[in-house]
Design a protein around this ligand. Structure first.
Ligand SMILES: [Fe+2]
Ligand SMILES: [Fe+2]
Ligand SMILES: [Zn+2]
Length: 173
């Protein structure tokens, strides 16, 4: 029987007989997906100067990766590449929206990002971008003062690691 689930990282709901293995929106792992009533979702947090600076940097990083992936999705010829970059773009946009809520912003900042028409070139850039995200998120998680901010950074390290694996499997290193 279908149940209503909720992701504790992005707060989005999901209808299904079982919880998904990953949140379909932000990619968070199974452990963060709870039955709706049990899910603890909070975006109203106190940010220290350091946490605020790290969250602002995270937002900019996610916006930039979103733009890069949507650019690649439009430019590459391969059907798989188009779809892979499209879903990656959607997930990064969801990450940007998490940070936007934490920062209580009205809108998402802009960013100018280019991409190649060549699938492998974009996979290589994806690899580099995800590696960057993982490195920064790990450091930000370690130094986070706020527990909720720390939780999101830790969850997103796992998601970006999944993204890294996808480009590695396709020959990017
Ligand atoms: Fe992300
Ligand atoms: Fe990613
Ligand atoms: Zn989620």
């Amino acid at each position: 029987m279908a149940k209503l689930w909720r992701c504790e990282i992005c707060g989005d709901p999901y209808i299904g007989d079982e919880a998904p293995s990953n949140c379909p929106f932000c990619g968070a792992k199974r452990e963060y997906i709870k039955e709706f009533k049990e899910a603890k979702v909070n975006f109203d947090v106190e940010l220290t100067e350091k946490d605020k600076a790290n969250v602002e940097k995270a937002l900019q990083l996610e916006v930039s990766n979103t733009n890069f992936y949507f650019c690649s999705s439009k430019k590459v010829k391969e059907e798989e590449g188009k779809k892979l970059f499209k879903i990656l773009g959607k997930v990064e946009a969801e990450h940007a929206s998490i940070w936007k809520k934490i920062l209580k912003l009205e809108s998402i900042p802009s960013s100018n990002d280019e991409c190649s028409e060549d699938y492998l070139e974009d996979l290589k850039e994806s690899h580099q971008r995800e590696e960057n995200a993982i490195g920064f998120y790990k450091k930000a998680a370690e130094e986070a003062d706020n527990e909720r901010v720390k939780e999101i950074f830790i969850a997103l390290v796992e998601v970006e690691s999944d993204h890294l694996a996808l480009s590695e499997e396709r020959g990017a290193k």
